[in-house]
Design a binder for this molecule. Structure first.
Ligand SMILES: Nc1ncnc2c1ncn2[C@@H]1O[C@H](COP(=O)(O)OP(=O)(O)OP(=O)(O)O)[C@@H](O)[C@H]1O
Ligand SMILES: O=P(O)(O)OC[C@H]1O[C@H](OP(=O)(O)OP(=O)(O)O)[C@H](O)[C@@H]1O
Ligand SMILES: [Mg+2]
Length: 285
């Protein structure tokens, strides 16, 4: 039986969450320590542990069928590679930053300036789009130090909390793109592997939906049911079950995680009691 070959990051920011999402999809990796290739249990899949930055080439060459990779790397060097799923982790942005004390009006201020980055294609196309000429200095890491050591006037790098910029006395002046981990697909994927990919995507969608939803149970007096149901969103519509105590019901529904706090006060005002919020493992719509 054929297997789908997936690349995930060997070590770094994407590794753990990539292994976890496969695990949540019921796929456990038989991983001997320091192995670069591993088999999986319960799913026709072979896992290659690679450098994030090398993965686009492996996808293009068809050495792997699919990969979990930072979207920013695809923007930089992933031409022709498609995204099958956005995975909602490793969220960051790729931005231009300059020393805090330097005034900044707009992108024209970067004309003729030296910009250090590990993402030359991304910067070049951003600047070309805005008609700006600047000099790029490509380095592969610790980019934020460049202005402090006189290597560049500005930098382009990944920003998440902003603390690396802050520590290096820099300020973010342009957000060029936002990024998250994605499931990317080789243009050379076979039809047999594509069928396995469809199964994997189905599982990933169920896992991601479960991660962003909560199962909510609450009690309410019967005369308040209509008002409470009107507040609650649900997969179809909330379930209403009678409680042993006459005149009361239990209402069950699924709510988007970040919407829960918006509606909790309304629910309480309408007389909801004993509100329980539970995690959902998987959700198939
Ligand atoms: N501070 C951050 N917060 C959130 N996501 C980030 C952050 N830094 C990087 N990422 C995302 O995680 C990906 C992997 O980053 P990481 O620093 O682990 O690897 P890398 O050095 O870019 O790659 P390689 O595996 O080739 O050494 C990046 O491409 C980006 O999408
Ligand atoms: O805005 P922040 O939350 O500070 O995150 C941004 C930093 O995170 C990444 O580096 P990482 O820690 O991955 O180190 P690396 O240079 O070894 O990849 C990125 O290259 C930035 O330097
Ligand atoms: Mg990094």
């Amino acid at each position: 039986m054929s297997k789908i070959r997936i690349a995930i990051q060997k070590s770094g920011r994407l590794n753990q969450d990539s292994v976890q999402i496969l695990k949540d999809c019921g796929i456990s990796i038989d991983n001997g320590k320091d192995q670069l290739k591993a088999e999986t249990r319960n799913f026709p899949m072979e896992v290659m542990f690679l450098r994030n930055g090398d993965i686009p080439q492996y996808l293009r060459d068809g050495v792997v069928d699919i990969a979990i990779i930072g979207e920013n790397v695809l923007v930089e060097k992933g031409e022709g590679i498609e995204i099958a799923e956005r995975l909602n982790f490793s969220k960051c942005r790729v931005s231009l930053a300059i020393p805090k004390e330097v005034d900044y009006t707009d992108i024209n201020d970067l004309t003729g300036k030296k910009i250090a980055t590990s993402y030359p294609n991304t910067v070049n196309s951003y600047l070309a789009d805005k008609g700006i000429n600047a000099e790029l200095h490509q380095i592969s890491g610790s980019v934020e130090i460049a202005p402090n050591i006189g290597l560049a006037d500005a930098i382009c790098d990944i920003v998440s909390s902003g603390s690396t910029l802050f520590k290096n006395n820099l300020k973010e002046v342009e957000v060029m793109l936002t990024s998250e981990a994605v499931l990317a697909v080789s243009p050379l994927i076979s039809s047999a592997s594509k069928k396995i990919l469809d199964k994997l995507r189905f599982r990933i969608q169920a896992v991601l939906k479960g991660r962003t939803s909560k199962y909510v149970l609450l009690n309410a007096p019967n005369e308040k049911i209509d008002k409470i149901v009107a507040i609650l969103p649900g997969m179809r519509s909330p379930t209403v079950l009678p409680l042993a105590q006459e005149g009361w019901s239990s209402i069950h529904t699924v709510v988007e995680k970040n919407k829960f706090w918006e509606i909790i006060d309304e629910l309480k005002e309408e007389g909801a009691e004993g509100i329980l919020v539970c995690p959902i493992e998987k959700m198939v719509l």
